[in-house]
Design a protein around this ligand. Sequence first.
Ligand code: SF4
Ligand code: SF4
Ligand code: SF4
Length: 288
Amino acid sequence: MPRLPRVKQELYTKGGIITERDPDFCIVRLRMPAGMISPAQMKGVGEIAERYGIDQVHLTTRQTMEFPHVDPSKLEGLLSELEANGTPLGAEREEIVNVTACLGSRNCKFGIIDSVGLAKKIDTEFFGKELPIKVRIAISACPNGCESERLNEIGITGIRRPIRDPGLCTGCGTCAHYCREKAIRVEDGIIVLAAEKCMECGFCIMPCPFHIIKGTDPQFRITVGGHRGRHPKIGRHLITVNTEEDVLRVVEKIIYWIHRQASTGSLLPEQLDELEFDTFKREIAALV
Ligand code: SF4
Ligand code: SF4
Ligand code: SF4
């Protein structure tokens, strides 16, 4: 005789509650923008897990945690304790799911933008918004792309272009040595930049012994239509913007565009041409 847990059925309709292989149990996924969690919250997660008989907590690819093998009759109490701990229920359906980010300029020496702060702002504005398809948003604070942001429906990369004063350059070649893309070469004592090879990582700026390479202000390169999983795709470049406010405006427009035009049942990369991506790109360029 199968067990019939007493559970409020509306709890099952929430994103973040996933039916387990054993359908008498479920998985509970948490919301953790940028994968950041304080020691106190982490302790709280551990204590809650123990109280609810969870012996293993799983760390997910989207920088959050999930509790496997949860008894659905205990969901109500579990969810309210998680909420009080500041680690509320996450998302996993056709909606905006946990926003991921690398540590960025707060901690990484290569970081160009504050990816963690931006992820939290995007989460506050858009997390859990229901859409025809699942939308993943990821942020890497430099073109090293540690967060594989271009393999997400919306990817954001921090970039910075080097600016040299050719009149002051000694042609020592130090910057060329540091450029991993071989985008700089010294010709007759003069630095030449191959713009098509430059990834705008800004790594050549700091090592110049004469401090004559300046960087542009940080910028945010936004891609759309990336995907991992069964059919990986790299997102297409949509626009590059100058401020976090511009990023939020563009993300809002992308979400509205998906909400209005995308259809359920196929992936965003497959739909981009049908959704008239190039027209959308021109519309976005006119807005920012
Ligand atoms: S993407 Fe860049 S800034 Fe982010 S962790 Fe990697 S190297 Fe650091
Ligand atoms: S910004 Fe990066 S890729 Fe471009 S020239 Fe400098 S080091 Fe090379
Ligand atoms: S490191 Fe500075 S001085 Fe040396 S080649 Fe590069 S820009 Fe010129």
